[in-house]
Design a protein around this ligand. Sequence first.
Ligand code: GDP
Length: 138
Amino acid sequence: MERTLSIVKPDGVRKNVVGEVIGRFEKSGLNVAALKLISLSKEEAEGFYAVHKARPFFGSLTEFMSSGPVAVMVLTGDGAIKKVRDIMGATDPKNAAPGTIRKDFADSIESNIVHGSDGPDTAAFEIGYFFSALEILR
Ligand code: GDP
């Protein structure tokens, strides 16, 4: 059993694919253990993506992530981290495999609909960034 954090980004909320994204995770056998719709400030988005601080797209990315509500969730299940990454598809939708979320819904390498933690340490940091232990219900 593994935990991971996923986010339906502002473009996904605007396109009304929150349910579609969660549905794909649930169909793969993952459980929604925590879920909320929130609006990130620029500073909160910067804190979340601090690892990318030196990247040239940091300003644009954090502007985008604070441009509207996001749906943040904790997903649990066997191999949850890799499962979510596989269902999301490659960062750039141009390179994403057919049938992945990003291939089906994303417009660009930045506006790519969905986030998923990329490893156990990142998952622990990212889950703690949004949820307290008491809010994670399974
Ligand atoms: P992920 O793990 O697939 O989400 O990709 P990364 O951790 O490498 O990047 C984090 C997020 O930054 C991505 O999901 C995109 O929203 C954005 N991003 C990544 N690469 C680029 C880029 O080259 N240009 C821009 N504008 N955004 C990017």
